[in-house]
Structures are given as C-alpha cells and as structure tokens.
Design a protein around this ligand. Structure first.
Ligand SMILES: NC(=O)c1ccc[n+]([C@@H]2O[C@H](COP(=O)([O-])OP(=O)(O)OC[C@H]3O[C@@H](n4cnc5c(N)ncnc54)[C@H](OP(=O)(O)O)[C@@H]3O)[C@@H](O)[C@H]2O)c1
Length: 288
C-alpha cells in the first residue's frame, strides 16, 4: 500500500484517555487494524496527557509491520495542562522551537525517523506564520516530516497559512450529525485549494447522545439499513464518503469487530436522494 488508507485509525482513546490498552493489546490491535486494510494511524502529542504516542510507539516497535507500510499522522501546538505538564493554563504554542521540539518528541515516542503528516492541532490567535514556516521548512529539509496540514482551521485561517506554506490536509470535525464543514465554506475552500480532508468524530453524536436528532436518524437509518443491507455505523461513514471532497474519516473505535465492519462502508454508494434524505432528517428541515 502506498497511500493513506481511506479510513484512518484514531488513537485518542487507546491509552490513558480511554481504553488503557496494555502493550500486548496495542500490538495486537495495530496488527489487526493493518490486516483489516487500514494503514494509517492518527496521533497527537497530547493524547493520554502526552503518554499515548509513547505507549503506541513501544507497541509498534514490537509488532510485525514495517514502518514503510504504515502512515503516522501527528499534531502539535496544544499546551495541555496535565500531570506531565503542570501549566498554569491550557494554551496554544506555535513558536518555532516548540513545533520542532514537539515533532522530535513524537518521533522519539513513536520510534520513527519521520512523520507522514504533521498537523497544527488548532488555530491560535497568536500564531506567527513566519515562525511556523521556518519550523516546517527545517523539519521537511531534515526529512522529519513528509507532509504538512492543519486541523480545525476555518477557510480564512487556511488562506492565512497558505500565503506562506502549502497546506496538504485539514482535519476537521464532520459527520451526519454535525455537517457544518459542508456548509460554512470549509470543504469548499479545501476542494478549491486541493487540500485533502480528514474528518474526526465521523460518527458524530449518534452513539454518544440520546436526543431528538438521533431519534429521527435512528428511524431513517434502520430503514436504509434494510435497503443497503448494512449497519447504521456504515451508513454514517458512507454518508461522508459519498461527498466529493474525498473525506478520510478518522475512526475512533478500538474494537476490531467494529473496525472491520466500518471498512465495508467504503463500498457503499448512497443514491443522491438517500444522501439528501439523511441530511434532511439530521437537520430537521429541507434544503432551500
Ligand atoms: N483534530 C482534532 O481536533 C480531533 C479531535 C477529536 C478526535 N480526533 C481524532 O479522531 C479520532 C476519532 O474520534 P472519535 O472517537 O470521536 O470518532 P468516532 O469514530 O466518531 O467515535 C468513536 C467512539 O464511538 C464509540 N462507539 C459506540 N458505538 C459504536 C459503533 N457501533 N461503532 C463504532 N464506534 C462506536 C467508540 O467506542 P469503542 O471504542 O468502545 O468502540 C468510540 O468511543 C480520535 O481517535 C482522534 O484520532 C481529532
């Protein structure tokens, strides 16, 4: 495999921020995710309070997959108040030295010489594009990062960065229950500028909250599950995949059966009307 898989495995809850998987459980999960056809893992320096990259990295080192067959994404820029960093306040840091230090930590923890993609985790009102440019240029020259992108940036914030640095990816929140990025210009801007899309929380609030929107969706999805002979989670992911901006959903489950099931969503072609039907049900109103 030479490209990022369509589905990306998110590691946010693999460690201290969720399932607290042991090293052997992580080894087995990395191998099973890979065998299921997913070659890309999404990290951030802060996951698990700055601990999950390291536990994942130790597991990766002991699993049977070669580095060149995998893609590692990581993010930097959030200074998160936790045991490892007893800060006064959570904040963002995009100073040159900090970006470099953060990437170098990620490399060390993940037992790798390079990150396939580095993302600026969240936009900061104080980011200085020249400093970011210097850091990214140096890290690229050194071969420590292959591709550059952002996360949670608005169209205008992407334009600001693009004045100096070509953006290859934006990782944004997007799902059937929160489809703002399709309507606030984010995905339009990305398509217009050839910025590739990753969507976090791709299942939205569907399995996380019980509310009116999800009650409406439950009924519509169960009807479409019959028609497409599939599951609700696959329809939620297929709805994103049927958007023309080539969205790569970053899936968060740590359960291999769910991961294997979600892989089947890649083959689902929703009809035009069914796509809009789900949109209408989710938003509770017709398109104009
Ligand atoms: N860039 C950013 O700012 C940002 C922010 C948040 C997250 N992320 C990335 O996005 C990844 C995914 O985020 P997410 O966890 O919100 O994604 P998600 O795939 O939408 O949700 C996954 C969660 O739903 C649960 N779930 C319940 N029923 C499920 C079912 N039938 N099928 C699948 N999952 C089910 C999973 O629990 P089980 O594990 O028990 O299956 C898991 O906790 C994270 O790991 C992280 O890498 C990025």
């Amino acid at each position: 495999m030479t490209r990022l898989s369509k589905l990306i495995s998110g590691t946010m809850t693999w460690g201290e921020w969720g399932k607290n998987l042991s090293s052997s459980q992580m080894i087995s999960l990395i191998e099973q995710v890979y065998d299921a056809g997913i070659n890309t893992f999404d990290h951030a320096d802060i996951y698990g309070g700055y601990t999950t990259e390291e536990t994942f990295g130790n597991a990766f080192k002991n699993c049977g997959i070669k580095r060149e067959n995998l893609f590692f994404i990581s993010k930097c820029g959030i200074q998160y108040k936790c045991e490892k960093r007893p800060l006064k306040v959570k904040h963002y840091d995009y100073r040159k030295e900090y970006i470099i230090e953060s990437v170098e930590n990620s490399l060390r923890f993940l037992h790798t010489d390079y990150l396939d993609v580095i993302l600026l985790h969240r936009p900061s009102p104080l980011m200085d594009i020249d400093e970011i440019l210097e850091a990214i240029t140096l890290l690229s020259k050194q071969g420590k990062i292959k591709h550059f992108g952002v996360s949670n940036f608005t169209p205008v914030q992407m334009e600001l960065i693009q004045k100096e640095i070509p953006i290859e990816w934006n990782q944004m929140e997007c799902s059937l229950t929160n489809s703002e990025a399709m309507f606030d210009g984010t995905l339009d801007k990305m398509q217009a500028s050839n910025i590739q899309a990753m969507a976090w929380n791709p299942l939205g609030s569907y399995f996380k909250e019980s509310n009116e929107q999800n009650t409406r969706l439950k009924k519509a999805l169960s009807e479409l599950c019959e028609k497409y002979k599939t599951s609700e989670n696959n329809l939620l992911i297929a709805w994103l995949l049927n958007h023309p901006s080539n969205i790569h959903p970053v899936i968060g489950t740590t359960q291999i059966d769910r991961i294997k099931e979600l892989q089947k969503s890649v083959a689902i072609n929703l009809s035009l009307e069914d796509w809009f039907y789900l949109l209408e049900i989710s938003r509770g109103h017709k398109v104009a």
